[in-house]
Design a protein around this ligand. Structure first.
Ligand SMILES: *[C@@H]1O[C@H](CO)[C@@H](O)[C@H](O)[C@H]1NC(C)=O
Ligand SMILES: *[C@@H]1O[C@H](CO)[C@@H](O)[C@H](O)[C@H]1NC(C)=O
Length: 393
């Protein structure tokens, strides 16, 4: 084709494109292809990605790392900060992990942003090709620890917008020790039987907003672990998977609490749980405080509303199955839909630390094969409006 375009015409086109790129965003752009990345899905692009990152990170002006269309094979990528200015990380292509799962799986992280302040990551598809790793785990073979697909650790002011993450070996997205993180319109997919392929895990982080998204995996759509604070989740489509979980908490005697959590305007389809609070049945100083679950739709969910303070998979270190985690101030409001089991509401709280200030308001959960029921143990609070199944506190 190039032969058909006259030389002056090509020159003019070049300047138009050059002008458009430079006028629309005046920031320097570090295109990974300039440093040797090839979007052929075969050539190892790890080093070119790291080179583009370090140049962008060193830039005194705002800078962009740009990944054009194409499929890039990358091994473990650690993008270290702090950077000198704001970074935009724009992905128009697909990043794939090597076929051999040991390559990324022997480190816990495939793509990790660490100690970066002010970063926006736009678009992109991550395909960790986890199937081989899951089958190793299922066979109980000698397998590496497994890599999380994309993680932010010790980062502040993060935007992750429009990412698609497929078939992670392990957790798809993790946010650790970070603050002011916005995750928008994320799509996460792994088969329902894939082990520990949680969608998003938040831990020791504050100010995390997850808005809009479709998550279907073999484990929790979202899990909020100890130290999650000021979390807002809205407009999420969750399923298949284990639903949205606070926990597991109380694994350790000394643990940060979870507080000020809102989950709203979301739909759960054929999940194991809808909204769950889960803690180990053993001593801990952890707590859960000020949680709002509201405007939720359950479609054929096994345990739509559940507090389970008896978690103890190995049956060790759980004297009397009594959890030290103190749960208070949990509101369930405007929740409707169908339960796949008769017990649509199960509030199974600790014998030594009862749940308090549980509020139920306008709940209507039905069961195909008869009426739904509720189960309460050591749970205290009140109800208003129509509540089906009935309040058992
Ligand atoms: C609770 O979290 C939200 C964000 O989810 C935040 O806007 C609000 O200020 C927090 N409230 C308190 C009391 O910290
Ligand atoms: C076991 O739990 C009960 C409450 O269910 C509590 O009264 C009792 O003190 C606990 N015993 C021990 C040894 O922790």
């Amino acid at each position: 084709m190039a032969n058909n375009i006259s030389f002056p015409c090509a020159i003019m086109l070049f300047f138009i494109v050059f002008y458009l790129i430079n006028s629309s965003n005046a920031m320097p752009s570090f295109n990974v292809q300039r440093y040797g990345a090839r979007g052929d899905g075969r050539t190892d692009a790890t080093e070119p990605f790291l080179t583009a990152w370090s140049l962008a990170c060193e830039s005194r002006a705002r800078a962009m790392v740009y990944i054009p269309r194409g499929t890039y094979l990358v091994r473990n990528l650690v993008f270290w900060g702090p950077c000198k200015n704001i970074i935009t990380f724009k992905i128009d292509g697909t990043l794939v992990a090597p076929e051999n799962y040991w390559s990324i799986g022997s480190s816990g992280y495939w793509i990790l942003f660490a100690k970066v302040n002010r970063i926006s990551v736009y678009g992109g598809i991550l395909d960790a090709r986890g199937a081989g790793y899951w089958s190793c785990r299922k066979k109980g073979g000698h397998c590496p620890q497994g890599a999380r697909s994309i993680s932010f650790s010790w980062c502040d002011n993060v935007l992750l917008s429009g990412l698609t993450s497929l078939n992670s070996q392990n957790i798809h997205v993790t946010v650790h020790h970070s603050s002011n993180v916005r995750i928008q319109n994320i799509r996460i997919r792994a088969p329902s039987g894939s082990p520990n392929t949680d969608g998003i895990i938040v831990q020791a982080s504050s100010g995390v907003t997850i808005s809009g998204g479709v998550i279907g995996t073999g484990d929790d759509c979202i899990a909020l672990n100890p130290g999650s604070k000021n979390i807002w989740i809205e407009r999420l489509n969750c399923g298949p998977g284990h639903g949205i979980s606070i926990g597991s908490l109380g694994e350790y005697a000394n643990e940060e609490g979870v507080q000020n959590i809102t989950v709203t305007s979301s739909i759960f389809t054929k999940t194991q749980n809808g909204v769950r609070i889960k803690s180990w049945g053993r001593p801990s100083n952890g707590f859960v405080r000020n949680v709002q679950f509201r405007n939720l739709v359950m479609r054929n969910v096994e345990n739509p509303l559940i507090i389970d303070q008896n978690y103890c998979p190995s049956r060790k270190g759980c004297p009397n199955q009594s959890s030290g985690v103190k749960i208070s101030g949990v509101t369930y409001a405007n929740i409707k839909g169908t339960s796949a089991t008769p017990v649509a509401m199960k509030l199974d709280c600790s014998g030594s630390h009862h749940c308090t200030e549980i509020t139920l308001k306008n709940i209507k959960l039905t069961y195909m094969k008869g009426a739904t029921t509720s189960y309460c143990k050591n749970a205290h609070g009140g109800a208003s409006g129509v509540v089906v199944p009935m309040n058992c506190m």
